[in-house]
Design a protein around this ligand. Sequence first.
Ligand SMILES: *[C@@H]1O[C@H](CO)[C@@H](O)[C@H](O)[C@H]1NC(C)=O
Ligand SMILES: *[C@@H]1O[C@H](CO)[C@@H](O)[C@H](O)[C@H]1NC(C)=O
Ligand SMILES: *[C@@H]1O[C@H](CO)[C@@H](O)[C@H](O)[C@H]1NC(C)=O
Length: 386
Amino acid sequence: MTSRRYYLPAFVVVVITLHFLLWQRYGGQDLMKHIPELNIPFRPNINATLPTTTELASLIQPEPEPPRRANATFVFLCKNDELGKVLTSIQQMEDRFNKKYQYPWVLLNDKPFTKQFKKRVRAMTDAPIEFGVIKREHWIQPDWIDEDRALKGRIRLLSQGIIYAASIPYRNMCRFNSGFFFHHELLQPYRYYWRVEPGVKFFCDIDYDPFVYMEEHDKVYGFTLSLHEWEPTIRTLWDAVKEFTSANPQYLSANNSMEYLSDDGGNTYNLCHFWSNFEIADMDFWRGEAYQRFFDFLESKGGFYYERWGDAPVHSIAAALFARKDQVHFFRDIGYRHEPFQHCPSGDDWVKGRCACDPRDSFDYTGASCIRNYERMFKHAGVSAT
Ligand SMILES: *[C@@H]1O[C@H](CO)[C@@H](O)[C@H](O)[C@H]1NC(C)=O
Ligand SMILES: *[C@@H]1O[C@H](CO)[C@@H](O)[C@H](O)[C@H]1NC(C)=O
Ligand SMILES: *[C@@H]1O[C@H](CO)[C@@H](O)[C@H](O)[C@H]1NC(C)=O
């Protein structure tokens, strides 16, 4: 195709060049009269004068092929008054990764974004960007929740000094991220997403495409930080999980990550979860039957409001139980901070990513981290962690 396409223009170029050279030499006299003097046969051997097609191809540089992209987008839940922190997060993601890849951004809010907000955010990137409003029924506390009971739950957590103990918007956000964001109309065109939050930091250059990595390696869920949940926020979550899985054993993966979640074969929850403010994951997994039924079951328990079930343990438990353990990926090469914790890559990953963080300042092997639980699953199986 390429060689044929260039053959005709090349021929024309050669003819014009010959014409020009002869014209110069003979000052515009009748060329045909002088052709014998030039020892050029009347019917010149065209084969000899034409450059070969490979020579031509090397002269005319084709546009480099754009890198293959995955079916993916960034998802950013944020509010108008977070503009400054939204801009720093987007700027870092663009500089460290997305300026080369141009993945779209989808920003979601429970209230409409202001004109000023949209204008400032648009200035941060050349990638497509969309601003969406969240449906009321995906956000607010449902009417069937017993508000007296919910209030008692909030007061209990408050008395225990738990973060966001009494916040209803925080609970709305956890429920939205658990069960609804992937149903938002602006996210329907996409399969994979990378969750970004206001005021986070990305320390390293990302010189490959993590979305394509997910796609090519059949990954479902990717994380960088893993830690223990506050027990009072999920007091009855594990009971609900056990009730669901014993009624629906067909959804459990044969090679699941129960070992990551439980130190006694599933009887009790060890509180380990992936910190979901960073996620690179597959929305079709959340949209699938297993997760949809799981979420509906949890929703029916009311724990998002009676306790303070987080989307992090909910996502993590589902990914750990309904996917194969090799489908859950530790992005150890992505340096990331969400206050007050950070993951800083080490060794070759740190060098390759030119990471602007101290590898000794990393949450991974501190007491509150669950990375060891994740890694031991692969040590037992005799393979290294993916
Ligand atoms: C040019 O090359 C073609 C095929 O290679 C050949 O058939 C043809 O005779 C050649 N023409 C001249 C003028 O040498
Ligand atoms: C991307 O993924 C979504 C969700 O699976 C799907 O509906 C859509 O058709 C996909 N788009 C392309 C271009 O493959
Ligand atoms: C589980 O993993 C083992 C070892 O990797 C493999 O041999 C087996 O086929 C897997 N089972 C399923 C159901 O994927």
